[in-house]
Design a protein around this ligand. Structure first.
Ligand code: SF4
Length: 329
């Protein structure tokens, strides 16, 4: 591990000022960043500790939503009674991820900024365009069981590992950030990137910008939502495929539907045209299959992950059935 400067900020302005040097990183729970530093994948010149900032709370928003503080832990968020009652999709997605110990330390801001778990990204002896731009991609033509099937590029086929982000994409959350140029709000669909020609950029944060909160809209789809995660072992594993489904059902008809996928792309994967197929229709397995086909159209596999399109299709259908619930029986 290389040497780095360390500072502990006491307010947001101080944190942003301290991070205004090349190679600086914010650190809170450190559950991903510290691992990456030990592996020499991340080599920050300065760590700005933000744990003392007043961003730990979960607060009501004027319009009926909730603001998840960037420093609220994943555990505190999942077990918050308001989150459990109004946003069960968020609670169940968080509890499907990591371990209890990690969820006690990991923060919401860190969760959305965590980096891929591509094996080659963590192994500095192998080529990886995300870690070392221009070095190549070890996963293409290598071992790629966990890798993406949608939105890939010739430079990177990594997936985003977060469960929480899949739920946040389905709910259309917003990310609050503050940086050297002031505050801004980023719609969740725009927050993470596809790899394209710049796979080292996971999201659209500008240098020095700090995530301060995540806003959940008033509509939480509490009556009809589910998070379904398929993985190689029952706990403490990243998704091979996951689906966050949220529906509003009125008079036996799907008035609105959201489907976001995890484990298949560099960001949570949604297509509004797939969801539009469900709107105005009565719940039906064949209908869910058509939506799955639209959501997965153009999927490309790389050998080790050839099983993913079929697994994803079945995951979507099952998650839609679960979201509709007993009404569907
Ligand atoms: Fe690196 Fe992306 Fe290729 Fe993995 S898939 S080796 S993260 S470039």
């Amino acid at each position: 591990m290389m040497r780095f400067a360390y500072s502990r900020a006491t307010d947001i302005a101080e944190a942003v000022r301290n991070a205004d040097v090349a190679g600086a990183r914010y650190v809170a729970g450190g559950t991903n960043l510290v691992d990456l530093m030990k592996y020499d994948v991340e080599q920050p010149t300065a760590l700005v500790d933000i744990n003392a900032l007043n961003l730990h709370a979960i607060t009501e928003l004027a319009g009926g939503g909730l603001r998840l503080g960037a420093l609220a832990t994943n555990a505190d968020t999942a077990y918050d009674p308001r989150v459990q009652a109004r946003y069960p999709l968020v609670a169940s997605a968080i509890l499907a991820g990591a371990s209890a110990q990690l969820r006690n330390a990991a923060t919401n801001g860190g969760n959305i900024n965590q980096r891929t778990r591509c094996y080659y990204f963590y192994d500095t002896a192998t080529p990886c365009n995300k870690r070392a731009p221009g070095s190549g991609c070890g996963a293409i033509g290598g071992f790629n069981r966990i890798h993406a099937i949608l939105g890939t590029s010739e430079h990177c086929i990594a997936t985003h590992p977060s469960d929480l982000c899949v739920a946040l994409a389905a709910l259309e959350a917003e990310v609050q950030v503050t940086g050297p140029e002031g505050e801004r709000v980023i719609p969740f669909a725009d927050y993470h990137r596809l790899p394209g020609d710049e796979p080292w950029r996971d999201n659209v944060l500008r240098p020095g910008e700090l995530v301060t909160g995540i806003d959940l809209p008033s509509e939480g789809f509490a009556q009809h939502s589910t998070y379904l995660k398929l993985r190689d072992r029952q706990s403490y594993a990243f998704a091979l495929v996951s689906a966050a489904v949220a529906m509003r059902i009125e008079n036996g008809v799907i008035a609105e539907a959201r489907i976001a996928l995890g484990g298949v792309a560099h960001k949570p994967w949604r297509r509004v045209e797939a969801e539009a197929l469900l709107a105005g229709q009565a719940p039906d397995v064949l209908l869910f299959g058509r939506a799955a086909d639209a959501l997965l159209a153009g999927a490309q596999t790389f050998g080790g992950n050839d099983f993913k399109p079929d697994l994803a299709r079945r995951t979507i259908i099952r998650a839609c059935q679960d979201a509709v619930g007993s009404w569907f029986e």
